[in-house]
Design a protein around this ligand. Structure first.
Ligand code: BTN
Length: 273
């Protein structure tokens, strides 16, 4: 028997989501749910396919980092979705999905969760989770994406997370944020429900529909940051996101757009990303 309970995961799902879910696959252990879905057939347009693992042995994060979690201590969920037509602002999809994850947590009574551009989920100034969005395939005008969500439920000993967890304040678990820790199944079902809504909304309106909400949860807003891009370092005040999801940084030379890079707080004692 599987350690994860499929019927409990499906319980929070609306009829719409249930009907659009081609597969819900559960694993006690797998290398990476993102890698798994990337190797599977893409769902049909407008439909989803979800893989969840109790434990990943080679969980992956942004910039080829490891995503480390321990059995039963984290949500490791990937959701594949096929857009019939490649949406505008596809590179900003991770931002919209972040809004969905915060919404899921709020729906479960977990408040105080913020977003750090572009893909981190933050609580108590530490890393609660992250999102890894990858393109699986494109056919004609369409595209299939795999969105991987990692959320720490229990962090018992942050030293245990190794060198890949390089936030100044270490990783944070929901166990430090709320007394009402949801089961992994309830968390998974609520996240799937929210991601489905975000994916279909993004298909229609791109980032427009989510930009304002993202800015409400922006952890960097008004903080002095150092941005490392491949060819330069930028220092200034984080000033929200542009219409296409680029990070805006207010520098002595004017407002600068950042489309990719690593961000650290200028006053941090250690690297934050
Ligand atoms: C990051 O913080 O850089 C992103 C972390 C994403 C981790 C999730 S866990 C489920 C899915 N499978 C993976 O291998 N990675 C994502």
């Amino acid at each position: 028997m599987n350690r994860l309970d499929a019927s409990a995961i499906r319980r929070p799902l609306s009829d719409y989501t249930n009907n659009n879910l081609d597969a819900l696959e559960l694993f006690d252990e797998i290398a990476s749910t993102n890698s798994y879905l990337l190797s599977q057939p893409a769902p049909a347009a407008g439909r989803c396919r979800v893989a969840i693992a109790d434990h990943q042995t080679s969980g992956r994060g942004r910039h080829n980092r490891q995503w480390i979690s321990h059995p039963g201590d984290a949500l490791c969920l990937s959701q594949a979705y096929t857009f019939a037509k490649t949406p505008r602002d596809l590179s900003a999809l991770t931002l919209a999905l972040g809004v969905g994850v915060v919404g899921a947590l709020q729906g479960l009574g977990v408040s105080g969760v913020r977003l750090k551009w572009p893909n981190d989920i933050v609580a108590l100034d530490g890393k609660l989770g992250g999102i890894l969005t990858e393109v699986q395939s494109g056919q004609g005008d369409g595209v299939t994406v795999v969105a991987g969500i990692g959320l720490n439920i229990y962090v018992r000993d942050s030293a245990d997370f190794g060198a890949e967890s390089d936030w100044a304040h270490g990783p944070v678990g929901l166990n430090s944020v709320t007394d009402e820790i949801p089961t992994v199944e309830l968390l998974a079902g609520t996240v799937i429900e929210n991601l489905c809504a975000i994916l279909s909304g993004f298909e229609v309106s791109g980032l427009d529909a989510f930009r304002e909400a993202w800015q409400r949860h922006d952890w960097l807003l008004g903080r002095e940051v150092i941005v490392d891009t491949t060819d330069q370092q930028i220092r200034g005040m984080a000033a929200g996101i542009d219409v296409d999801g680029a990070l805006l940084v207010d520098t002595p030379g004017g407002l600068t757009r950042v489309v990719s890079g690593s961000i650290v707080l200028a006053d941090a004692t250690g690297p934050l990303t």
